[in-house]
Design a binder for this molecule. Structure first.
Ligand code: GDP
Ligand code: MG
Length: 599
């Protein structure tokens, strides 16, 4: 295939701005998918994507338009999946930057635009949903033209619903997006490609998704992964239609797949270069591994399922390279995994997939962030689990990740937003008023505070109109403390939290109250306490369950009755003294305390 006739592009936008629906029309107009097989958001192939109406995974597809081959990669819009977008951008020369004409530019529009520009992609501005009665086409075209500093005439307008503007857009793609450059001079046909994704099947092992940059890949060819240093024979080469269609070969400029037959996990990685065994071309620039944003523990409800859970996580990682996990054990919950996620939606999607695709019953603990703790001996350690957060005495310095947050909000929500930012320790860097009166703010904020329901609050105060996007920044000093919950004077490690010092009292009382409300009475008086910095800062006493020891005595033998009650009292006192570890915390109580309950 002559690269001059190839165009590789991606559709990027804020969530729900119509990417997948526009992709439907492109597939339809190019006759890629026959009408009888067409359905809404056809590229959203996972059940979960279809049910929720969101794209989770990027999806490549090849189309034919006249003499041209168009390779499109549809991407997710939610911030948690921006790693998918960044990987897609490495494989293409251009993007359609889509903005919903009923919404205008949103926070994620700005971040995806920045990512595409950094990748030197050619950007085609497109305003979508022009059929909608709520469309403000002229206004949004103006907004987008201003954002990109291009004349209004360069902004395309389309409807993914009616197909209006789609033919023109196809022509624009061919005209404005450059063809991929051919093989490096002097490479002598040596193949080289970048792995941007992969999938796994039991009988074919790992299939890598690649963008070919040089030479030609053929079936039966011996190949190697540069970083992993592993060689294999290509079992099949092919393209996405969007289902996998075998081809004789894949050559420079093309996007396709290679079946590797490799079944061991941990070898194939996105960002690795695939090439000839003993090839001379240098490795291509790969991707930075994304840093997990939140951590949560996942335990099987029954310990018998531990091996299945391990296997399932390994399997999921074969279609989601951003997932990270390691085994851990907790006294009560048994063995499980501490997992790192790219955000709360990512966590939700992964646990949902574990439950559905592998029929697992799971306990998922409250998500937390990580802290970097330097102890008094100078040792620096990243702590992912509150239960491992050191006691206050040994700490020299604590650092926590910060986030740079972009917020776009109607001006009517501004005063409420200022208050909320204050409560979440946000520091405003810039404020800018858009043409339509909306305010764009960049704010720096501890990730801990961003994860403390900031997004929900933002949506609430703006009646749903504000949008947010963020990127992680490096660590800064943190004023946080460990908070423990004690039952009968015994700390319960699984209940430990790390909270802002200024909120520790409030959190302590909340946790004590919550446990008090759900812990059944014990045989003896039970103290429920919260402790921080070596002091008890909240406490409640759960009265004893009174077992009726005198019940079998009838008649009026008062002295005998008193004697028995006395004995019971003494027994209880003894139990209280021995009380450690004697408290029976039922599993439901445990689950309610460690799982998220106030969201
Ligand atoms: N009226 C109208 N609605 C659209 C259009 N394109 C998408 N939608 C709707 O907008 C929502 C989000 O669309 P989707 O393609 O999933 O957006 P994505 O998140 O960017 O992939 C869905 O409810 C679509 O039916 C359009 O051109 N016109
Ligand atoms: Mg989509």
């Amino acid at each position: 295939m002559n690269p001059e006739h190839i165009r590789n592009f991606s559709i990027i936008a804020h969530v729900d701005h119509g990417k997948s629906t526009l992709a439907d029309r492109l597939l339809e107009r190019t006759g890629t998918i026959p009408a009888r097989l067409m359905r809404d958001q056809v590229l959203d192939r996972m059940d979960l994507e279809r049910e929720r109406g969101i794209t989770i995974k990027m999806q490549p597809v090849r189309m034919r338009f006249g003499d041209y081959i168009l390779n499109l990669i549809d991407t997710p819009g939610h911030i948690d999946f921006s790693y998918e977008v960044s990987r897609a951008l490495h494989a293409v020369e251009g993007v359609l930057l889509l903005v919903d004409s009923t919404q205008g530019v949103q926070a994620q529009t700005l971040t995806t635009l920045a990512a595409a520009a950094a990748q030197k992609c050619v950007i085609i501005p497109v305003v979508s949903k022009i059929d909608s009665p709520a469309a403000r086409v002229d206004e949004v075209v103006g907004e987008l033209a201003k954002l990109l500093q291009v004349p209004k005439e360069e902004v395309c307008t389309v409807s993914g619903k009616t197909g209006a503007g789609v033919d023109g857009l196809l022509q624009t793609i061919v005209n404005r997006i450059p063809p991929p450059r051919g093989s490096s001079p002097g490479s002598g046909g040596e193949p080289r490609g970048l792995i941007f994704d992969f999938s796994y099947s039991t009988h074919r092992g790992i299939t890598v998704f690649l963008r070919v940059f040089d030479g030609t890949f053929k079936k039966g060819q011996p190949l190697t992964f540069r970083a992993a240093g592993k060689s294999f024979v290509a079992l099949e080469t092919g393209i996405f239609a969007p289902e996998e269609i075998p081809t004789d070969s894949l050559s420079d400029g093309e996007i396709g797949y290679i079946v590797t037959g490799i079944k061991e996990p941990g070898i194939v990685a996105v960002g690795d270069t695939i090439g000839a065994v003993k090839g001379k071309l240098p490795a291509l620039q790969g991707y930075e591994r994304p840093r997990p944003v939140v951590w949560a523990s996942v335990y099987p409800e029954s310990q018998d399922d531990l091996p299945l859970l391990r296997q399932s996580l390994l399997r999921l990682r074969l279609s989601d390279s951003s997932l990270s996990f390691e085994e851990e054990s907790s006294g009560v919950l048994g063995r499980g995994f501490r997992c790192g996620f790219l955000g709360l939606l990512h966590l939700e999607i992964i646990t949902e997939r574990l439950k559905r695709e592998f029929a697992l019953s799971l306990i998922v603990t409250i998500p937390t962030i990580s802290y970097v703790v330097t102890d008094t001996s100078g040792k620096r350690e990243t702590i992912y689990t509150p239960a491992k957060f050191p006691e206050y005495g040994d700490i020299a310095k604590i650092e926590e990740p910060w986030a740079k947050v972009t917020i776009l909000t109607p001006s009517s929500a501004l005063s409420a937003l200022v208050q909320v930012l204050y409560e979440h320790e946000g520091e405003t860097l810039t404020t800018e008023t858009h043409q339509d009166g909306r305010i764009e703010m960049t704010v720096e904020m501890p990730l801990r505070e961003l994860m403390r329901g900031f997004f929900d609050t933002l949506k609430n105060i703006s009646s749903g109109y504000a949008s947010l996007s963020y990127e992680l920044m490096s660590e800064r000093p943190a004023d946080v403390v460990r908070l423990d919950v004690l039952v009968a004077e015994e700390p319960i490690p699984a209940f430990a939290r790390v909270v802002a010092r200024r909120r520790v009292q409030e959190e302590a009382e909340k946790m004590v109250e919550r446990l008090y409300a759900i812990l059944p009475k014990q045989l003896f008086v039970t103290k429920i306490q919260a402790k921080s910095l070596g002091r008890i800062i909240a406490s409640k006493t759960l009265s004893a369950m009174r077992k009726d020891v005198t019940g079998y005595l009838y008649g009026g033998d008062v002295s005998r009755k008193n004697k028995l009650l006395d004995k019971q009292k003494r027994g209880k006192k003894k139990m209280l003294e021995r009380g450690k570890g004697k408290v029976n915390i039922p599993e439901e109580v445990f689950m309610k305390m460690v799982q998220e309950s106030d969201r």
